[in-house]
Each structure stands twice: as structure tokens, then as C-alpha cells.
Write a protein that binds this ligand. Sequence first.
Ligand SMILES: [Zn+2]
Length: 183
Amino acid sequence: MPVIHNKRCKVCNSPHRNEIENLLSEGWGTKRISVWLKETYGEEISDKAILNHKNKHWNVAKEIKKRAAQKESEELFEIEVSKGLSRLESLKKEREENHKLAEKLRKIFFDLLENDDWKRLHPETFKAMQALYNTATNQVRYTASEEFKQLDQDTEDPFVKLMEMIANDKRKTSNDSEEAERS
Ligand SMILES: [Zn+2]
């Protein structure tokens, strides 16, 4: 949707058009805006002219859409941040718990070996303990690799999307400042 511009309209030609429209969308009355313009910039635009602009040249629907989209993306960003962080957090906890379990089992094995107690254990019991140890260490490896994926490759992942969003946002911000410097 193109921005409507009227050659004879003072608001359309004002360097403060954006600010005026922002105030309109915040619900300011045209008289108040007229006074504000004069006090802030010494710019004289009558409230009637502002009203005319509001009714004829100001694209309210576009403005509302723009604001809604902006708000939505901010909210989505928040959600993605918390999703990514809580997934990482739970993976980390899982890894730590499995690591603790594997360490305890290792200690039990060493004790059994030192005292020759393992000879008194039924082979099946020993096998089961070994399987448990293997499971725990495999889980440590699995969660560690999942954590790595969270931080790196998987593009379907919310955390990766989050990192992309941060990168895009940075790029956008630096572009904006470059433009500001040029103009
Ligand atoms: Zn106008």
C-alpha cells in the first residue's frame, strides 16, 4: 500500500508527518497535536488541516496492521527466547543427572572390583548394572549432542530461529544507523 501524498496538504509535506501520524494513532486529538507542533517545532498547522489529513491521507488500516505486525513479532520473539532457553535448560539438567548416575555406578563397580564382591553377584545382575551404566553414559552423550544442536545446526529448532532473529535484528539496526549517517 503506497503512502498517500497530497501536494497541498501541510501534514503530508511536514518533516514531522510520521510523528503526527504516530500521535494520531495514539489517540491524540487534532487540536492538541496542532498546539504540540507549534510548541515543539514552531510549525504551524491548523487542527482543521490535521483533521483533513487524518481523514483523507492517513492510511489508518495500514498503520494498525504495521503496529499489530510489530507487536506480534515482538511477542513471538519473547516466546522463542523462552522456548529455546527452557529446552537448553532441561537438556543441561538431564545431562547433569545422567552424569551423576554414571559416576555413582562407576564408583559401585570400582568398589565391587576392589573387594572381589563382583564374584558373588549373579552375572545377570552384573549385566543389568552394566546396561544401566551404558544407558546413563549414552544419555549424557545424547543430551550433550542435543545441546550442541540447539546452539548450532538444526534449522527447525526454535533456538536456531531465535539466533537468526537476533542476527537479522542486528543487521537491520546497523542498516538503519548507516542510513541515518548518510542522510
Ligand atoms: Zn495530508
